[in-house]
Design a protein around this ligand. Structure first.
Ligand code: ZN
Length: 253
């Protein structure tokens, strides 16, 4: 942040777009309707889905901050595909074939972790920004110990959720999955918050996810947006990507 500028009051947080353009567009329409000052993306712009170039372009245009996810790094050749599941690895290989220079250049400038205005941002977790899936209270407690800021935004698991505990406490972590419309008061205590996934939700709700973080009110609101899943599913099949990657979108798994 340049000296003298004020932190944005309302931020839309998105993550795990996974080259799903229909989902990203629906999400950004909803973000525009809500009216925010900035959009932050927690990484995995590409991988799994059929529209890596258009998604990278739109994220570059619309997001004032973007992290690199494990899929982005794999497409850049910075991670081995052996670490990925079979269908994820197939999608990385496919994406490497179709991705253009502009998208590669954009992704190549991103880091898996960062900080903005008193908020930690990590693609996966504060102790392992590339790979750790934070899904249990035990893990969350250890992450809350190591994060440098009071609030840490994470993606990667594709599950909209939060974990929290009071300032200065050790154990006693509370946490839950967060359904559409869940509002949390983040004005005090330590927090780990995952907005859920735009392009491949895995929490049983197939709608695209985003989080409205309001610095002024001290709140975060979880939001879900319907989009044309058929459109993305058909494009996945037409591209020759593994069919299970299309099927799972309808289930949100
Ligand atoms: Zn992801």
């Amino acid at each position: 942040m340049a000296p003298g500028t004020l932190p944005p009051l309302r931020v839309a947080v998105i993550a795990d777009i996974h080259a799903n353009l229909a989902a990203l567009e629906a999400c950004l329409d909803s973000v525009d309707e809500a009216g925010v000052d900035e959009v932050w993306c927690l990484g995995d712009v590409v991988g799994y889905g059929p529209d890596p170039n258009a998604c990278a372009e739109l994220v570059r245009e619309r997001c004032s901050l973007c992290l690199a996810g494990n899929h982005d790094l794999a497409v850049l050749g910075e991670l081995e595909v052996e670490a990925f599941s079979e269908s994820a690895a197939a999608a990385v290989t496919w994406t490497k074939d179709v991705i253009g220079e502009a998208a590669l250049e954009f992704l190549g400038g991103l880091e898996p972790a960062g900080q903005r205005d008193g908020v930690d941002l990590c693609h996966a977790s504060p102790r392992d920004p590339i790979w750790e899936y934070v899904l249990t209270r035990e893990q969350a407690g250890e992450c809350l110990d190591v994060q440098s800021e009071r609030i840490c935004l994470i993606g990667h698991s594709h599950v909209a959720l939060f974990f929290t505990r009071a300032d200065g406490e050790r154990g006693n972590v509370r946490g839950a999955q967060a359904a559409d419309g869940s509002l949390i008061d983040v004005s005090a205590g330590r927090w780990l918050v995952n907005p859920g996934s735009v392009g491949q939700p895995r929490d049983g709700d197939p709608r695209a996810a985003w989080l409205a973080l309001d610095a002024d009110a001290g709140t975060a609101l979880f939001q879900r947006v319907p989009y044309e899943i058929e459109k993305t599913a058909e494009a996945i099949t037409a591209a020759g990507l593994p069919k299970p990657l299309a099927d799972r979108l309808f289930l949100g798994q």
